[in-house]
Ligand binder design. Sequence first.
Ligand SMILES: [Zn+2]
Length: 332
Amino acid sequence: MRYLILLSVMLIVGQVHAEEKPVVVTTVTIIKDMAELIAGDEFEVRCLMPIGGDPHLHEPTPGDARMVTQADLILMNGLTLEGWLTELIDNAGGDAEVVTVTSGIDAIESQTYKGSSDPHAWMDVRNGIKYIENIKDSFVALKPEAKEVFEFNYGVYKKQLEDLDDYIFKAINSIPERHRILVTSHDAFQYYGKRYGIALESVLGTSTDAEAQVSDMTRVNNVIKASNIPAVFVESTINPKMLQQIADDNNIKIGGHLYADSIGKEGSGADSYYDMLKHNTDQIVSGLTGTNQDDTSAFTEDSKTPSWILWLVLALMMVAGFFILSNSLSSK
Ligand SMILES: [Zn+2]
C-alpha cells in the first residue's frame, strides 16, 4: 500500500512536471522538426499544420486557437507564408512571444506577386542554418538556464546541415547541364534553384491559391520540348493531375514526388527537414539523369492500350492473311 501511494505521488508529480514544460507552437512541419531537434526534452513542441497540409491554403480551426492560447512561444516562417496567422493570434489571444525564423535571411522576390517575398526560404540549406540559429536564440531567451543544451544541439545540427548543403551541390552538379531544369506544380524551388544551380519552371505561381491557365501549360510544354528533359516532378501537398497531363502530353515521366511545403509522413524517407531535402535531391538527380524507376504507376493505368484492341488487330491480320492466301491459290 505504501508503494502504491508512493507510485501515485510519483505519477502525479511526473504529470505536473510534464505539464510545466513550456509549449512551443510552430506553424509548419519543417519548423516543428527543427525546433524539436534544438529543444531536446526542454520544451513541448506542437505544430498548427498537419503533415502534408498546404500552409498557403490553411484555414485555422478552434483547435488551432486553443494551441495558440497555450503557447509560450510561437515560431513562424514569415515572408507571406502564413497569411492566416495574425488573425488567428488576434482572435485566440494569449501572451506568447512570436518569432519569425526567417529573420536575417536574404529573401527572394516572389515571381508571382511583385513586391512581396517568396516564402520557401528553407529550400536553401544555408537559410535552414539561419532558421535553426534563430530558433536556438529564441529558446535561450525563453529558458536561459538550458542554454548549453540548445547550443550543443544547434552545433550538432548545424554540422549536419553544412554536410547536406555540400551533398546537394555535388548531386545537382552530376546532372548534365542541359537537363538542369526542374518542372514542378508550384513555385516552391526558387531558393533551391538559385543556390544549387538548377533552372525552374512551374505551372502555378509562388502560392498554390491559383488555377493553371492554358498559357501556363503551353509555356511549360515549350520549355520541355526545347530542353528535351526526361522528367517532371509532382509535389506531396498538391494534386498531381496537372503534372501528369504535362508528362503525358510530352511522353515523359513523372520523375518523382517532391516535398515542398511539408515534411513527409513517418517512413516516407522525407520525415524530417534533412531527409526531405535529401529525398528531393535524390529524386531530381535520378529523374533528370534517367536512372530512376518509373514512378508513375499510380496514375498511368488508363493510359495503357487495352489488351482487347491488340487481340482485335491480330484477328484482323489473320483474316486478311487468309484471304490473300486463298486468293493467290484460286488464281493459279
Ligand atoms: Zn509553397
